[in-house]
Ligand binder design. Structure first.
Ligand code: CMP
Length: 240
C-alpha cells in the first residue's frame, strides 16, 4: 500500500484516486492530501437529478466513475442534452464563478460516483493552485469552441450531418471495438439522442433508418454499433 493510500481521510476520499483525475494531475502529494480533506464523495443511481437548472450553485463536481447528462429545458418542456460528461470531467463550475443560478440540470446517465467541493473550498482551490485553474480555463475554452461548432451546425448543416457528428462524438466517448465495428456502449433512447442533436425523435428515427440502409450504423436493442466509420465520417463532412 502506498503512503498516500494509507492516509485515506475521514471524508472517504482516497488521495491515490485523485492522482488519476486530469484536473489534479499537476498537484504535489501534499496538495493532493489537502484537497482530499476538502472533497466529499457522493453516489447517485442512474437517472438521479444532481441539481436542476435555475438552482443556486453551491458545489463543484468531478465525476469519479459514471456519466452525467447536462440538459436544458425549453419553455414548452422539451429537453436538450448539451453534453454527456464522463470519468474525470467536471461540472457545476459556471454558477460558482459568475454567481448566477445553474445554467443547466445535471442528471446521471448511469450509476455514478462524484467528488464534490463546496463553493468556498472551490474558490480557495482555484486561487491556491494555478495549474488546476489553467486546466479549468482550458476545458472552458474547449466547451466554448464545441458550442460554437454546435451552433454553426444547427444553422448551417442538415439533420443528417448533425446526427452523424453526434454519433462520431459518442463513438469517441463510449466506443468499444467489436468484431463487427464499434459499439457505442451507452443506453440512449431515441428521444435522448434527438435531444442531443436538437431534432425531433421522428426525424432522428428517419435519418437513422436511412443510415442503416447505407450500412453505416446498426441498432441493437437500445444501443448502436457503427459498422462503417469511414462512411460515417463522410456523412459528417469530416475530412478522413
Ligand atoms: P453550472 O451553471 O453551475 O451548472 C450547470 C453546469 O453544466 C455548468 O455549470 C457547467 O459546468 C455545465 N455546462 C453547462 N453548459 C455546458 C456545455 N455546453 N458544455 C459542457 N458543460 C456545460
Amino acid at each position: 500500500m502506498s503512503r498516500l493510500t494509507a492516509q485515506i481521510n475521514p471524508s472517504g476520499v482516497d488521495p491515490e484516486e485523485l492522482r488519476r483525475i486530469p484536473l489534479f494531475a499537476a498537484l504535489t502529494p501534499g496538495q493532493i492530501l489537502d484537497l482530499s480533506q476538502m472533497l466529499r464523495k457522493r453516489k447517485y443511481s442512474s437517472g438521479d437529478v444532481i441539481f436542476h437548472q435555475g438552482d443556486e450553485g453551491e458545489s463543484f463536481y468531478i465525476i469519479e466513475g459514471g456519466s452525467v447528462r447536462i440538459t436544458q429545458l425549453s419553455e414548452d418542456g422539451r429537453e436538450l442534452t448539451l453534453i454527456v460528461l464522463r470519468d474525470g470531467d467536471f461540472f457545476g463550475d459556471m454558477s460558482l464563478l459568475d454567481g448566477d443560478p445553474r445554467s443547466a440540470s445535471a442528471i446521471t446517465a448511469e450509476d455514478t460516483e462524484v467528488l464534490m467541493l463546496f463553493r468556498d473550498d472551490f474558490m480557495n482551490f482555484i486561487i491556491r493552485y494555478p495549474p488546476a485553474s489553467l486546466e479549468i480555463l482550458r476545458v472552458l475554452s474547449l466547451r466554448l469552441r464545441r458550442m460554437d461548432e454546435v451552433l454553426g451546425e444547427a444553422i448551417f448543416q442538415t439533420a443528417a450531418v448533425r446526427l452523424a457528428r453526434r454519433l462520431m462524438e459518442l463513438m469517441a466517448i463510449y466506443g468499444q471495438a467489436m468484431d463487427e465495428g464499434t459499439l457505442l456502449n451507452v443506453v440512449l433512447t431515441q428521444t435522448q439522442l434527438a435531444e442531443m442533436v436538437g431534432l425531433t425523435r421522428v426525424t432522428v428515427n428517419k435519418e437513422l433508418a436511412q443510415m442503416e440502409e447505407m450500412g453505416v450504423p446498426k441498432r441493437i436493442k437500445r444501443k448502436i454499433v457503427i459498422l462503417d466509420e469511414e462512411h460515417l465520417k463522410r456523412l459528417a463532412l469530416v475530412a478522413a
